[in-house]
Design a protein around this ligand. Structure first.
Ligand code: PEP
Length: 250
């Protein structure tokens, strides 16, 4: 009942012209293979307008990787939700562990950014996930639930399509280590149960992604878990064939 969502996260890779060349290869293959999944690409802000124009409202959506918590004003270097939306983004990744670590984004910042995304009709892809130390200490669930609660707080959603959650154990991101399918599936179910308590009207329809070294060889098993509705894919989204293989596994 939930259409899978396969979302790439290019991080800080490729120039705008390399991105258009990549699209020239990817878009015809995507149309050809027509996977049973929505496909989205999170790209640097400098790429959004040109990539969204090239993708042209077709089967590939374009996402931003971050946004400002502010709407406008004296915030040098920041990019607002309105700017991203106008450039052609439909979704925005928020609270990625690299931003939490490199830019000291805390739970309050993540909450403010989710609110900003909603003010500008961008669908937030809210990232949550525990570190290796937290998992070893038996705190994985508590950390994920705290991050989720802090990010969404008292927000209301009238439609399940207005929210995506990505469970990304920090120790699995970019490391080649993947959570076992059953551990990842169990955490996705914990997230679904929490959503049922706080957002009962939409919880069943919200898509929960797994992220952390997902690749063609492990995607099918992860995506077969009942509460995993797709993937947030870093490294493997840089290669057209790998991203397509994951999308067709969904
Ligand atoms: C990510 O960037 O969110 C991610 C999961 O990266 P990778 O697939 O490379 O682990």
């Amino acid at each position: 009942m939930r259409t899978p969502l396969i979302a790439g996260n290019w991080k800080m890779h490729k120039t705008p012209s390399e991105a258009l060349t990549w699209l020239g290869d990817f878009l015809p293959k995507l149309s050809d293979q027509n996977p049973n999944a929505d496909v989205l690409l999170g790209v640097p802000a400098t790429h959004i307008a040109a990539m969204a124009a090239r993708a042209g409202g077709g089967p590939l959506g374009i996402a931003a990787q971050d946004l400002s918590a502010f709407d406008e004003g004296a915030h040098t270097g920041e990019i607002s939700g309105a700017m991203l939306r106008d450039a052609g983004a439909t979704h925005v990744i928020i609270g990625h562990s690299e931003r939490r670590a490199d830019h000291h984004e805390d739970d309050a910042t993540v909450h403010a950014k989710v609110a900003a995304a909603r003010r500008h009709q961008l669908v937030p892809i809210v990232c949550v996930g525990e570190s290796e130390e937290e998992r070893d200490a038996g705190q994985a669930e508590a950390v994920v639930l705290r991050q989720l609660e802090a990010a969404l707080g008292d927000m209301a959603f009238s439609d399940a399509g207005q929210l995506v959650i990505a469970y990304e154990p920090v120790w699995a991101i970019g490391t080649g280590r993947t959570a076992t399918a059953s551990d990842a599936g169990a955490m996705a179910s914990v997230i679904r149960d929490a959503l049922k308590r706080t957002l009962p009207a939409v919880a069943d329809g919200v898509r929960i992604l797994y992220g952390g070294s997902m690749k063609p060889g492990n995607a099918a098993e992860l995506l077969a878990q009942e509460d995993i509705d797709g993937g947030l894919i870093g490294g493997a989204s840089l290669q057209t064939d790998d991203l397509l293989a994951i999308a067709t596994a969904a």
